[in-house]
Design a binder for this molecule. Sequence first.
Ligand SMILES: [Ca+2]
Ligand SMILES: [Ca+2]
Ligand SMILES: [Ca+2]
Length: 232
Amino acid sequence: MLWWAGTDLQPQSCSLPAGVSSRVDGVLFFGDVPQVGSKSITFTVRNPTNKTLSVSASPRQFVVTRTQMLTRGLSLASGYSYNRTYWVFTSSNLTATARFMEVVATIPYSRFDADNDYDMDVRVRVWIHIWRADANGNGRPDPDEMMLVNYGYNWANWNLAAMSAPTIKLGSYRGIVVSVDLVRGPDAPSYVPPVPVTVTVTYVDTAGDPWVRCRLLLQLYRLAVAPRLPLL
Ligand SMILES: [Ca+2]
Ligand SMILES: [Ca+2]
Ligand SMILES: [Ca+2]
């Protein structure tokens, strides 16, 4: 989860059972810190419990851990409005990433508008789903077995969809499904010969940033803490 500077950071759960780590992480986004320069922000941490809260901060940076290119050809049969292909990422082939994965699907512009008349021939669409389980046992992710995570909504020759915390969200579900559609536009011929579709999957994680030093100045607003409200 990414919060902007100035935000309130609230521990999500104050009633974790003993033995479970009670550490709650939040992320504040600074943008670029200029070389030899500094940036400072103000944010509020609220403690809804009657226990002491310790706060620490450390500099992190986003790091691309892997870029994966997938290609496939998609044609459109006469009378069909779109043609779909998909890739399944399971716990055994998904690159572990704590932060997010980004999926970009592209087709050549020369196929998006082949005759260059600004009237779209075909476009590309991308979806990310979680495949809960193969309920009907056919080895394929069927619509009623999936939950929508995100999709790209450009009417263009490329589209982007991102998914945060893919490893955690996959959990024990069957897979993460990236679906790509070749969609018929108003200027498409009745049969569209195979269009090369390129899908670039970028995995992004965070890592320590050795070039940035972080200093936290705490200002306590209230020493007396009100008793905790009963949980609803
Ligand atoms: Ca055209
Ligand atoms: Ca199925
Ligand atoms: Ca035309």
